[in-house]
Design a protein around this ligand. Structure first.
Ligand SMILES: C[S@@+](CC[C@H](N)C(=O)[O-])C[C@H]1O[C@@H](n2cnc3c(N)ncnc32)[C@H](O)[C@@H]1O
Length: 232
């Protein structure tokens, strides 16, 4: 088993270097993707949580990021979706399709034009044609993926070429449902792990990492790892 290093980004000068180092360091083992609660996810997510999972400043930071990095009139996939998609209200999108676990959460999300209920742990094949979307967002949920590389490969398939997959996360989680490796890593380690998911799935350009935490230590931190699908 390889040792998992948690690199300090201060010592890394480029995103390419992060991907290279992470590609060498991480070797995902079965135990890394196990959870404290291995019961069927449909049980845990049967309770509708009609809430936002990060505080208002962090929600605003995520919406600001989308304002700059999503295109109006585009087709958006909100993977691991719930009651809020955090998209800028003034941007008009073509389709916003949510995929999540709870019907009440998804049907109460005013930004979705359509939704699908699917457990990605049971079935990682996305129910969409190739080249269906202009962007995919995974908001504060990537830590629950038990087949992350398979899911990231599927995202690359359903995205059009040169389109972004934007993965955001804070330092909160449902602890019993987050994979073991998430608990072992710091915020910087989480950015490296998600970078590894992109690199190992093969369908993406080198990723870009941003710390978009709102000012002030009393708010939730927020990090984004974003990568575009390959151009051709
Ligand atoms: C913390 S909530 C975040 C919801 C939403 N993305 C947001 O920003 O408010 C985690 C979400 O991950 C989704 N999720 C967790 N495990 C999943 C799985 N196995 N398959 C599909 N979605 C899952 C659930 O639907 C849940 O709503």
């Amino acid at each position: 088993m390889e040792i998992l290093l948690d690199y300090n980004l201060v010592n890394i000068t480029s995103n390419a270097e992060i991907v290279t180092k992470v590609g060498k360091v991480f070797e995902l083992l079965t135990e890394h993707l196990q959870r404290i609660d291995e019961t069927d996810d449909s049980i845990f997510y049967s309770v509708a949580r009609l809430v936002k999972h990060i505080d208002p400043p962090a929600c605003n930071a995520l919406t600001d990021y989308f304002r700059v990095n999503l295109q109006p009139h585009s087709d958006i996939l909100d993977l691991m979706s719930s009651y809020a998609s955090h998209l800028p209200g003034e941007l008009s999108f073509n389709n916003v399709v949510g995929l999540g676990m709870n019907e009440a959460e998804l049907s109460n999300n005013p930004q979705l034009t359509d939704f699908v209920i699917q457990d990605l742990g049971q079935n990682h094949i996305l129910p969409f044609d190739d080249n269906s979307f202009d962007a995919c967002v995974i908001n504060v949920s990537v830590q629950y993926l038990v087949k992350p590389i398979d899911v990231f490969q599927e995202i690359a398939r359903v995205l059009r070429p040169d389109c972004p997959c934007i993965v955001s996360f804070s330092n909160r989680c449902f602890p019993t449902k987050a994979v073991a490796i998430w608990h072992q890593l710091s915020d910087v380690g989480h950015t490296q792990l998600v970078s590894h998911y992109f690199a190992a799935s093969g369908g993406y350009e080198p990723c870009k990492i941003d710390n978009i935490s709102p000012n002030g230590s009393s708010t939730d931190p927020l990090f984004v790892v974003c990568s575009n699908t390959k151009k051709t």
